[in-house]
Design a protein around this ligand. Structure first.
Ligand SMILES: [Fe+2]
Length: 405
């Protein structure tokens, strides 16, 4: 399914043409800040160097600050927007020949701009408007009744902001039933069972972050046939399939815990296709049902409004200069739905005291969506460790050289 592209011809003919046609202007300013990157494959090496307003392609890798080695399939996956630098790192498919490996990750938006013409997110130029032309109220919510009577504003909001918040979709008795099943799943999960993600707290204790097999539980499985879920999932206005038939990933349950210092308990700013498959599986949508409390104290969810139309550099959530984004103060029974491409972050709880956020996640994608290498799920590259620990990318590729190397 990966198109067979000739490495040399691509760099000598196809890519220069794309850059000249406008992709160079999209990538140039960001690429220039990062420093030259070279990709080395069995068919040779080329260096990408930002020159201010475009990107220059140079044969060889002598002048690159970072040189990464990829096999041809991985490189073709990158060119087809099927693979990503983080997925290649997690999958052990990158050889760091020289320099800081995080530079390859930082180049991702510029590479997507160069290869595909996808613009890079710039908050200064994003201008989101409601249907009347007024600035979009980016923290607004909807009710199911509003949507049932007229869903035009909700559809517009979701398409424009990239997310949507629906208040009080489930009553507290229903929430209690779902929470009881979540507790059972929590108790059943075993480190290294390959269907759960784990982290570690400051005391070294293993902490359960998510269970992928919520669909095994009857009350949670029933969500797939729920009218309210169906109504919200209809808002994108395209045919979407959920994974109800899958015992893994059909329903995921997620727990926030304070003071988790290792693992992916607190996902950094990310897009849901960050582990690959944008070209084969997007647009995809993720619905989140809040079972407890979504306040900052409980571990809040934030979005970067309008970022789904763009690429955004990888940002470590622990970075002081990370964007603030928009907080969605969900409460028990509320739903959010977001486009997989919109940048979002799951913040650590700011309070030691419970409740901390517990959420049920459901994924929706086009019926044609598939994994380009025939595997089950792109995020499976994160599984595999015997103890179920999922490494943080910044820790996984910790450079042995300073970041300006
Ligand atoms: Fe996500």
């Amino acid at each position: 399914m990966i198109p067979t592209i000739d490495f040399r011809e691509f760099h000598e003919v196809a890519l220069p043409a794309r850059l000249a046609a406008g992709n160079g202007a999209l990538a140039g300013p960001d690429a220039t800040q990062i420093g030259p990157l070279a990709i080395r494959t069995p068919d040779g090496a080329y260096t990408y160097r930002g020159t201010g307003d475009t990107v220059e392609i140079v044969a060889g890798d002598a002048d690159a600050k970072t040189v990464v080695g990829l096999d041809l399939d991985s490189w073709r996956g990158l060119v087809a927007d099927l693979d990503t630098p983080p997925a290649l790192f997690y999958g052990g498919r990158v050889e760091v020949v020289r320099g800081n490996p995080l530079r390859f990750v930082r180049w991702e938006p510029a590479l997507r701009a160069m290869f595909h013409g996808r613009p890079i997110f710039d908050p200064a130029t994003v201008d989101l408007r409601d249907r009347a032309g007024a600035p979009l109220a980016i923290a607004r919510s909807f009710t199911l009744d509003e949507i049932r009577s007229d869903d035009t504003d909700a559809r517009h909001f979701l398409a424009t902001a990239g997310y949507l918040w629906v208040r009080e979709a489930f009553d507290l008795a229903e929430v209690a039933e779902m929470l009881a099943e979540a507790d059972l799943l929590h108790d059943e999960a075993v480190e290294g069972d390959q269907q759960s993600w784990w982290g570690r707290d400051a005391g070294g204790r293993a902490v359960l972050c998510r269970v992928l097999t919520g669909a095994r539980r009857e009350r949670l499985q029933r969500l797939h046939r729920d009218d309210r879920v169906g109504l919200v999932a209809s808002l994108p206005g395209i045919e979407l399939r959920n994974d109800a038939g899958n015992d893994r990933d059909g329903i995921t349950v997620l727990w926030k815990t304070p003071n988790v210092v290792e693992g992916l308990a607190d996902l950094p700013w990310h897009r849901d296709c960050g582990m690959g498959g944008h070209a084969s599986a997007c647009p995809r949508y993720v619905m989140t049902i809040c079972l407890t409390d979504g306040s900052p104290e409980a571990g809040e969810l934030r979005f970067l409004p309008g970022s789904h139309m763009f690429s955004h550099p990888f940002i470590d959530g622990r970075d002081e200069s990370a964007p603030r984004g928009v907080s969605i103060p969900v409460a028990a029974g509320d739903i959010t739905i977001h486009i997989g491409d919109v940048m979002h972050v799951s913040m650590p709880p700011t309070s030691e005291a419970a409740p901390h956020r517990v959420s049920v996640l459901m994924g929706f994608a086009s019926p044609e969506a598939k994994h380009h290498r025939g595997e089950r799920h792109y995020n499976d590259v994160l599984l595999g460790a015997d103890d179920g620990q999922v490494a943080h990318l910044a820790d996984l590729v910790t450079p042995d050289q300073p970041s300006n190397a």
